[in-house]
Design a protein around this ligand. Structure first.
Ligand code: GLN
Length: 544
C-alpha cells in the first residue's frame, strides 16, 4: 500500500442533499480554527465541472471569479479561504474536472502512458490524488480539500473514488472525511427531517466512504433526538455530529459557533494532533464591530449589472464590510442596476442619499453608459468614488468626454469606431485568440505618487495588487488628461501602465485598474476600502 510520505494530514469536506450549503465557509471556518490552534493549514477546492477554470463562466452561473496572487482564476470559495484563514491560495488550490482531464489527455498525447488504455480509474483518479498531494508540503500540517458539487452527481464520482483511495492509502489518523448535509424543517409536518442526510451518507457508503464527522446545516435548532438518529443511521459517533445553524448576521460567526461545539478539537483528536489553545478574541471583537457598530450606518451605491446577485460581487461586499468595521460603521449596500441610469437626473434619483459610489469590474457593454453616468455624477457632485477595473475605465471615459472635450471617447472593448479610444487593448493581449486564462492576471507591483490619496491610504510607496483585465489606459491621452486635472497616482514600475487615477479637485475620487477587494481581510480592511468609507462618512455628515 502506497503511504503518503509527508507529515501533512488531510481533511476532505464533501456535501450532500443540496448545493449551496456553504461548504466553502465551513471549510474556511475550520481552517481558521486550526490555524488559531497553532497548525499550519493549506486549502484547495476540487470542482467537478468540465470548464478548465471558472474564468470563462458567467457570474450568473458561478458568481465572482476570485483571482490569486499567482494569477489563477478560481472559485469564489477561495476568497473565503483567504479571508477567514489567511491561507495563501495559488494554482494548487483549485482543480476542476476539466483541468484534471486535460492533464491526463496531454500526458496521453505525450506518450507518458504508452501501451495503456486510459481510464477514469486509475488514470483520472491518480491525477486527482496527485493534485491533492500538491498540498503535501513540509510547511503544511493540515491540508483541507473541499469537494465541490453534491454527493450523487455524476461528475463527482471520480473525486469521491479518489478520496476513498487516498484515505485507504493514507492510513489511520492521516485523512478524514467530513460530510456537510442539510437537515430541513418541513413546515407542513412541523418537524425537522434527518432522512435526506441518511440517504446522502448512504450514497457515500455505497462508494466505500463512511464519513468521520457530520455537519448538519439547519434553519432551526436540532434536538438531541436528531443527533442520535443521525449518529445511529449514519455510523458516526454522536459526539461527531455537529449542527451548523444559519447565522443571522454575519458569516464570520460560523467558526465561533463551530468551536463552541468543539469541532476543531475533535478534528485534531481524530488526526492524533494535540489541540493547543484557541485564541480568537480579536475575531470576536471584529464580529461585535460588524454587528453593533457604535457609529451607525452609511449607504454605498454599487452600480453594476448583476445587482440581484450578491455572489457576483462577493469580495466587494466583504471588503465594504471590512472597511466599515474598521471605522465602527455598518455599510449598507444599495445595488443600482447600471442600465437604469439613463441620464444625470435619473442618477440623482437613484443615487440620492448614498455617501459613496462604487463601480465594480465587469465585461461587455451592457450597462456601460449607466456606469459612465454614475462616474459623472460622482465627479460633478463631489461624492466619494471608488472605481475598480472596468469602474476605472468608465471614470476615464467619462473624464475624457466631459472634461477633455472628447465627446466620443470610449474603450476599444465597446466601440471600434471611436476616434478616441482612451481605453485600449493591452499590447501583449493582441497575440491571444483563446479566451481562457489569457488576461493580464495576478499580482503586479505598482508605484504610488507622493501626495496622492492612494499614497495616503496605503502609507507606502510601492504596493502589489491583483489584476484581471485585457484593456488599459491609453497613454496617448495621458498628457491631456493630466493637464485637465486627472492625477495618475499609481503606475507600473516602468511607468508604462496606469494602475490608479484620481481627480485631484474632488474630495475622494480614486479608481484602480486592479482588484483591491481580493486582498481585503476582516481583521485588516483594504486601505482603499478603508479610506473610501472614511470619505463616505464625511459625505454622510455633509448631507445630514
Ligand atoms: N473588461 C475590462 C477589461 O478587460 C475590465 C475587466 C474587469 O473589470 N475585470 O479590461
Amino acid at each position: 500500500m502506497a503511504k503518503t510520505s509527508s507529515s501533512t494530514r488531510h481533511l476532505f469536506i464533501t456535501g450532500g442533499v443540496v448545493s449551496s450549503l456553504g461548504k466553502g465557509i465551513t471549510a474556511a471556518s475550520l481552517a481558521f480554527l486550526l490555524k488559531r490552534r497553532g497548525y499550519r493549514v493549506s486549502m484547495q477546492k476540487l470542482d467537478p465541472y468540465l470548464n478548465v477554470d471558472p474564468g470563462t463562466m458567467s457570474p450568473y452561473q458561478h458568481g465572482e471569479v476570485y483571482v490569486t496572487d499567482d494569477g489563477t482564476e478560481t472559485d469564489l470559495d477561495l476568497g473565503h479561504y483567504e479571508r477567514f484563514a489567511e491561507v495563501e491560495c495559488s494554482h494548487s488550490s483549485n482543480f476542476t474536472s476539466g483541468r484534471i482531464y486535460r492533464n491526463v489527455i496531454d500526458r496521453e498525447r505525450r506518450g507518458d502512458y504508452l501501451g495503456q488504455t486510459i481510464q477514469v480509474i486509475p488514470h483520472v483518479t491518480e491525477e486527482i490524488k496527485a493534485s491533492i498531494r500538491q498540498l503535501d508540503q513540509p510547511d503544511v500540517d493540515i491540508a483541507i480539500t473541499e469537494i465541490g458539487g453534491t454527493v450523487g452527481d455524476i461528475e463527482s464520482q471520480p473525486f469521491l473514488e479518489a478520496i476513498r483511495q487516498f484515505r485507504y492509502e493514507s492510513g489511520a489518523h492521516r485523512a478524514l472525511v467530513i460530510h456537510l448535509t442539510l437537515v430541513p424543517y418541513i413546515r407542513a409536518a412541523g418537524e425537522m427531517k434527518t432522512k435526506p442526510s441518511q440517504q446522502s451518507v448512504g450514497i457515500l457508503r455505497e462508494i466505500g466512504i463512511i464519513p468521520d464527522m457530520l455537519i448538519c446545516r439547519c434553519e432551526r435548532e436540532m434536538e438531541e433526538e436528531h443527533f442520535r438518529k443521525l449518529a445511529l443511521f449514519c455510523n458516526v459517533p454522536r459526539h461527531l455530529v455537529f449542527a451548523e445553524q444559519d447565522v443571522a448576521n454575519t458569516i464570520y460567526e460560523v467558526p465561533v459557533e463551530l468551536s463552541r461545539q468543539k469541532l476543531d478539537k475533535h478534528v485534531l483528536e481524530l488526526l492524533d494532533c494535540r489541540p493547543g489553545s484557541l485564541r480568537i478574541d480579536d475575531w470576536k471583537e471584529m464580529i461585535k464591530r460588524l454587528l453593533n457598530p457604535s457609529g451607525g450606518e452609511i449607504e454605498i451605491a454599487l452600480v453594476g449589472k448583476y445587482t440581484s446577485l450578491r455572489d457576483a460581487y462577493k469580495s466587494i461586499y466583504e471588503a465594504l464590510d471590512h472597511g466599515g468595521a474598521a471605522h465602527d460603521r455598518r455599510v449598507k449596500v444599495r445595488p443600482v442596476e447600471a442600465e437604469e441610469l439613463t441620464d444625470l437626473e435619473q442618477a440623482s434619483e437613484l443615487l440620492k442619499g448614498c455617501a459613496g459610489i462604487l463601480i465594480p469590474g465587469g465585461f461587455g457593454d451592457r450597462g456601460i453608459e449607466g456606469k459612465i453616468i454614475a462616474a459623472q455624477y460622482a465627479r460633478e457632485k463631489l461624492v466619494p468614488f471608488l472605481g475598480i477595473c472596468l469602474g476605472m475605465q468608465c471614470a476615464v471615459i467619462e473624464f475624457a468626454r466631459h472634461v477633455c472635450d472628447l465627446p466620443q471617447a470610449h474603450s476599444d472593448e465597446f466601440s471600434n469606431a471611436t476616434p478616441d479610444p482612451v481605453i485600449s487593448l493591452m499590447a501583449d493581449q493582441k497575440q491571444y485568440t483563446d479566451k481562457g486564462g489569457t488576461m493580464r492576471l495576478g499580482a503586479y507591483p505598482c508605484e504610488l505618487a507622493d501626495q496622492s490619496l492612494a499614497r495616503t491610504a496605503y502609507n507606502q510607496a510601492e504596493i502589489s495588487e491583483r489584476h484581471r483585465h485585457r484593456y488599459e489606459f491609453n497613454n496617448h491621452y495621458r498628457q491631456l488628461m493630466s493637464d485637465r486635472g486627472m492625477l495618475f497616482s499609481g503606475l507600473s514600475p516602468d511607468k508604462q501602465l496606469v494602475e490608479i487615477i484620481e481627480i485631484s479637485s474632488n474630495p475622494w475620487f480614486v479608481a484602480c485598474q486592479f482588484h483591491p477587494e481580493f486582498k481585503s481581510r476582516p481583521l485588516q480592511a483594504h486601505p482603499l476600502f478603508k479610506d473610501f468609507i472614511a470619505a463616505a462618512m464625511k459625505e454622510h455628515k455633509r448631507n445630514a
